[in-house]
Design a protein around this ligand. Structure first.
Ligand code: BGC
Length: 371
């Protein structure tokens, strides 16, 4: 909670500084020659639409911040690849042809996009990897702390099990193998789960394209292999898959009150409602306003050639398989359970109580004091 309060305060502060013209809104003597004023075009590439965060949070918040930082003169050229890496290549090539000033890239496939990143660089367009660490000569990376996401999921799952031991069988539903975040989530989760619970080989899955349909089919396989009543918990890397896993468990006859603890990530509205009703144990709340604001500030600073400001926004460092010592900005995250809905998604204005507590959820909402 405290971390979020600090994080939000910090992002508000940097935005208000920008609003006063202190953070790159006007020319600053002594810095690199400004190449741009307010007429900046940011190319923004998002990976897919099945998970709701990109259309609901990332895109609109970045768009609003770009407007705010450029006196409403800056533009966002937007494209969503609907989970197709070839579509994303075409979309990014179009942005290069259109000569956007800077590209924010959330890659469908971090490896296969590397050649297009190189093309952008050759055309003089800087590329900032957003959320997923794209390979190739990127200028910087802005993301949530992905290993921490996995740790938070794993830790909360062990807490939910109470006296977890190796007789507890846990199903593990990981994300897409073309997304480097998946491996980081898994690594973070395993640092908490290893030696504490058993993850049978027949119950650990990668999920093509992060597809909930795929996750439901894999969960059905796990149920067949282990038996629904013998599953102590399910590690699901995100919320949309958690929804699909719950569907599979229900089809196998598991009632709401018998649901094992299930994790998630993204704080999707339907997941928050499932947390209220007790079907899903937790999600990970990633403060979207904070990361989207950081991304917009980085993009505008870079496009304007404000090197000192850009460096101050990227104080972390990461390595990709192709590039070492990439400047980065990693934003922290927090576990979201029944106990802190008010202090996280409500406090940050992500949802109103009325969004969550619709007629169907009235009673469980009242039970946890959400009104
Ligand atoms: C993101 C998650 C998201 C997943 C599926 C990951 O790279 O970090 O927030 O749920 O992709 O889109």
């Amino acid at each position: 909670m405290r971390r979020i309060a600090i994080a939000v305060a910090a992002s508000t502060l940097s935005l208000s500084l920008a609003g006063c013209g202190m953070l790159g809104a006007t020319d600053e003597p002594g810095e690199a020659t400004p190449t741009k004023g307010d007429d900046v075009t940011v190319g923004l590439l998002m990976p897919e639409e099945t998970n709701t965060r990109y259309e609901q949070f990332d895109y609109p918040i970045i768009k609003a911040k770009v407007a705010e930082l450029t006196n409403n003169k800056g533009k966002v050229e937007y494209a969503n690849a609907a989970a197709k890496s070839s579509t994303q290549v075409t979309q990014m090539e179009r942005m290069i042809e259109d000569k956007v000033d800077i590209i924010l890239l959330d890659a469908v496939d971090s490896k296969s996009i590397a050649d297009t990143v190189k093309k952008a660089k050759e055309a003089g367009i800087p590329v900032i990897a957003y959320d997923r660490l794209a390979q190739g000569p990127i200028d910087a990376y802005v993301s949530f702390d992905n290993e921490l996401v996995g740790e938070v999921q794993g830790r909360t799952l062990v807490e939910a099990l109470g006296s977890a031991d190796l007789s507890d069988k846990v199903v593990m539903m990981n994300g897409s193998p073309t997304d480097p975040n998946s491996a980081q989530f898994k690594q973070g989760a395993m640092s908490e789960l290893s030696g504490r619970v058993t993850i049978p080989a027949s119950a650990s899955f990668d999920t093509k394209d992060w597809s909930p349909v795929e996750a439901e089919a894999n969960m059905t396989k796990a149920i067949a292999a282990i038996g629904a009543s013998k599953i102590s918990a399910v590690y699901s890397a995100n919320d949309a898959m958690a929804g699909a896993i719950i569907k599979a468990l229900k089809k196998a006859g598991v009632s709401d009150s018998e649901m094992p603890p299930i994790t998630g990530q993204d704080a999707e509205l339907s997941a928050v409602q499932r947390i209220v009703s007790g079907e899903q144990y937790m999600s990970v709340y990633k403060p979207y306003p904070q990361m989207a604001a950081a991304a917009a500030e980085m993009a505008i600073a870079k496009a304007r050639g404000r090197d000192i400001q850009f460096e101050s926004l990227t104080r972390d460092e990461v390595d990709s398989p192709t590039d070492k010592g990439i400047r980065a900005n990693l934003v922290t995250v927090v576990a979201l359970t029944k106990s802190n809905i008010k202090d996280t998604v409500i406090a940050d204005g992500i949802y109103k109580v009325s969004d969550i507590c619709t007629a169907e959820y009235k009673t469980p909402c009242q039970a946890i004091g959400l009104r």
